[in-house]
Design a binder for this molecule. Structure first.
Ligand SMILES: Cc1cc2nc3c(=O)[nH]c(=O)nc-3n(C[C@H](O)[C@H](O)[C@H](O)COP(=O)(O)OP(=O)(O)OC[C@H]3O[C@@H](n4cnc5c(N)ncnc54)[C@H](O)[C@@H]3O)c2cc1C
Length: 375
């Protein structure tokens, strides 16, 4: 079951979609169903290079940095098609979605020239160092610190749940750069070379026994002065901007799409209960998708719709999390069943709890939405 082109999609965008769909199909031909069910939580360096060579990373970025100056609608199609096929895009999609745009807005000319073309080529990957052991939802309470030195900055502290840090070449990390500052004040972002002496990365096992995310310890890590991203002390404002990029894309409602496809393929055509259940689910999916496309258009128009993005993430992850329960209701899947449906269903059921935590927990997003509505 392919994802249908959006109603408003022009003929040239539809051609682009056909091309991109064919690329992902051949690139994923050798991936097993259980891996595809992990969807974008998995990353692959060879695949990232292949995606880069195909010109699909940073395609909205300026040509000076290797981009193609295409629209957000093109970008949306690339990742929507990847997700519909379960592509392991954790190393390329977040870089395209948030790290690249952050570097374009805030990095020094030297960092832009050195990093952006390599990101476009898929030669490097980034991780995002925001959360800390006691600071997840309450991110403003972070304690990792950055101290000025004659040459640059010295970083100390601990980040946790850092996706892909074990494979990443760089981190964009949030640190407290003003001694004694509290909450949202005195925070700054840094671009950190993960090979710098003093960084220790340890894998943290998830429910499936895999270590996609990590603990990263910083012990007197020296970074140059221009590793500072944007302005000193403006870290909170910048992180809020970054989270708006992070919260509204197709990855917030398509994480279980491989399972939905299996459900459609295995449904009994003359079983009314199957038809009704799938009809409801697909109607819900299409509504969230329209909202997400609306945000993509707002980003294209230069807006930063943080509240609307939080709403889409909440609705989208609620939808994604419903699918395993619906599949268990619809199909009899004994524990020893090794059919593709059973393998994908079991894997998706174990992945689903993460959906409403990563990128901001559900309760926190609802708080953001309520505040945005003036409540
Ligand atoms: C798969 C995955 C990948 C991740 N990748 C990254 C990454 O790459 N980089 C990174 O920096 N972080 C990453 N995270 C961390 C993620 O951002 C945090 O887990 C998330 O922000 C929640 O923080 P916490 O785990 O500390 O939970 P807590 O903040 O301790 O929250 C626990 C529970 O309490 C609820 N809660 C907390 N405060 C309130 C409140 N005030 N009102 C109501 N309810 C509340 C929360 O909603 C949640 O349900 C990842 C997480 C996951 C699951």
């Amino acid at each position: 079951m392919p994802i249908e082109p959006a109603a408003m999609e022009s003929a040239s965008l539809r051609d682009f979609r056909t091309e991109v769909r064919a690329f992902w199909r051949q690139a994923l031909a050798d991936f097993e169903p259980a891996k595809l069910a992990e969807s974008w939580m998995l990353g692959s360096k060879p695949l990232t290079r292949e995606v880069g060579q195909q010109g699909l990373i940073g395609l909205t970025w300026p040509k000076d940095f290797g981009g193609r100056e295409l629209t957000n609608a093109h970008r949306y199609i690339v990742w929507e098609e990847a997700l519909a096929q379960g592509a392991p895009i954790n190393y390329c999609m977040p870089m395209d979605r948030q790290t690249g745009p952050m570097l374009l807005r805030h990095a020094s000319a030297r960092l832009q020239a050195s990093l952006l073309p390599r990101m476009v080529a898929g030669d490097i990957s980034f991780c995002v160092g925001m959360s800390e052991p006691d600071s997840g939802s309450d991110l403003a309470s972070i304690r990792s610190r950055a101290e000025r030195t004659h040459q640059g900055w010295l970083l100390n502290g601990r980040k946790v749940w850092t996706s892909g840090a074990h494979d990443a070449d760089y981190m964009v990390g949030l640190f407290r750069s003003e001694k004694g500052s509290e909450r949202h004040k005195g925070l700054s972002q840094f671009v950190i070379d993960m090979k710098s002496p003093g960084i220790t990365v340890r894998g943290i096992r998830n429910l499936r026994g895999l270590s996609h995310f990590n603990e990263c310890v910083f012990d007197n890590v020296a970074v140059p002065a221009d590793a500072l991203l944007g302005a000193e002390g403006e870290g909170w404002k910048q992180v809020s901007e970054e989270l708006a990029f992070e919260r509204s894309g197709p990855e917030r409602f398509l994480s279980s799409f491989v399972l939905l496809r299996e459900m459609v393929d295995n449904a009994t055509a003359d079983d009314e209960a199957h038809t009704e259940r799938l009809g409801h689910l697909i109607a819900e999916l299409l509504s969230v998708r329209e909202m997400s496309l609306g945000i993509s258009a707002m980003l294209d128009a230069g807006h930063s719709p943080a509240n609307a993005a939080a709403l889409v993430k909440d609705l989208g992850t609620t939808f994604e999390q419903k699918l395993p329960d619906a599949a268990f209701d619809m199909f009899d899947v004994p524990a020893d069943d090794v059919s593709t449906l059973a393998v994908v269903l079991r894997q998706t059921a174990l992945c689903a709890p993460e959906y409403s935590i990563r990128g901001g927990a559900r309760e926190i997003l609802r708080g953001v939405i309520a505040k945005g509505l003036g409540l």
